[in-house]
Design a protein around this ligand. Structure first.
Ligand code: MTE
Length: 316
């Protein structure tokens, strides 16, 4: 179901070749852009069908955003830390919706991909996600490039949705159909999987908004480094700005790391801390807090504190 992740490189923009690929269904469409089209239907004044040149003719936008996989929906609390930061360009969904004119009773928006297959005991399934219409209208972009290049076929060529503040599962690849509806569709990828109960809540909600999280990337996990003063660094991200990151070495105190501001795009934020590593093995952990006051839990959830192990080697 999931391909092995490349290691996250310690770069602000993740090269396309290093971006993880998540396909739930067997068919990995190889679509012909000249034959491709996107329909907008359901509760709209005018159903529309757009070919690729028509998409390019609409207003374009470009931004950098964290692209993060929620993890395996069958094991929603297990951390996978599949995360990258990429630049997208495409058309705001709002521009496409304006052409179709949503009716007042439309409350939900369904995004459907061209892939089909079997998943979770169901066969002949399409990849489908739904979002509240207002949230989708203000936040979703229909992207045709990643890092300035046309989307790779594995990343949804020729057009995919990107919901920059949400987990990657909402960013439907190989997008061919948008449907406006009054109610949420009951479907394996909408109501039956990809739901979770957040701490302090009693009802399951769909997996949408990203959690606060951070990942140590330098030094690399399992690496050997010269003993002495070393920079411990990585990235932190959330659906809102991250306001602090702390780093702990072995059983030492949590120390505040220097943290870059987020800027106008929902990118990840670099953190760094200099620390004197004595010769020997070390455990290094990082913990982020966001502007909503959310803090990474120490254990027990998919965004639990990240920990790496390194060996500091004495100078010879
Ligand atoms: N869209 C389609 N059509 N089919 C899929 O299986 N996987 C989703 C999402 N969109 C998926 C999809 C999941 S779970 C994630 S994390 C992201 O795509 C991964 O995007 P990527 O493979 O381009 O990195």
């Amino acid at each position: 179901m999931f391909k092995t992740d490349p290691a996250t490189p310690d770069l602000f923009i993740t090269p396309v070749a290093e971006v993880f690929i998540r396909n739930h269904l067997e068919s990995h469409p190889r679509l012909d852009r000249a034959a491709w089209s996107l329909t907008v239907e359901g509760l709209v004044e005018r159903p529309v069908r757009l070919d690729f040149p028509a998409v390019l003719g609409l207003p374009q936008t470009r931004f950098t955003a964290v692209h993060e996989c929620f993890g395996n929906p069958l094991h929603p609390t297990v951390p996978t830390r599949a995360v990258t930061n990429v630049e997208w360009s495409g058309v705001p969904l709002s521009a496409v919706l304006e052409l179709a004119g949503p009716l007042p009773e439309a409350r939900h928006l369904l995004l459907e991909g061209a892939d089909t297959g079997d998943f979770g005991g169901e066969s002949g399934v399409r990849y489908l996600k739904d979002l509240p219409l207002d949230e989708a209208r203000s936040g979703v972009v229909l992207a045709h490039t990643m890092n300035g290049e046309p989307l790779h076929p594995d990343h949804g060529y020729p057009l995919r949705a990107v919901a920059p503040l949400m987990f990657g599962t909402n960013s439907v690849k190989w997008l061919t159909r948008i449907v406006l509806a009054a109610d949420r569709p009951d479907h394996i990828f909408t109501t039956r999987l990809y739901t979770r109960v957040l701490p302090g809540e009693s009802e399951a909600r769909p997996v949408r908004e990203k959690d606060v999280c951070s990942k140590l990337l330098s030094p690399g996990d399992g690496s050997a480094v010269p003993a002495g003063s070393r920079e411990l660094a990585g990235y932190a991200w959330s659906s809102t700005e991250v306001t602090s990151v702390e780093v702990a070495v072995d059983d030492g105190d949590w120390q505040p790391a220097a943290l870059d501001r987020r800027g106008p795009d929902p990118s990840w934020q670099r953190f760094r801390l200099r620390h004197d590593l004595a010769p020997g093995p070390h455990r290094i952990r990082c913990r982020a807090t966001d502007s909503a006051g959310r803090v990474q839990p120490l254990t027990g959830d998919r965004n639990a504190v990240h920990e790496i192990h390194v060996v500091a080697e004495p100078a010879v």
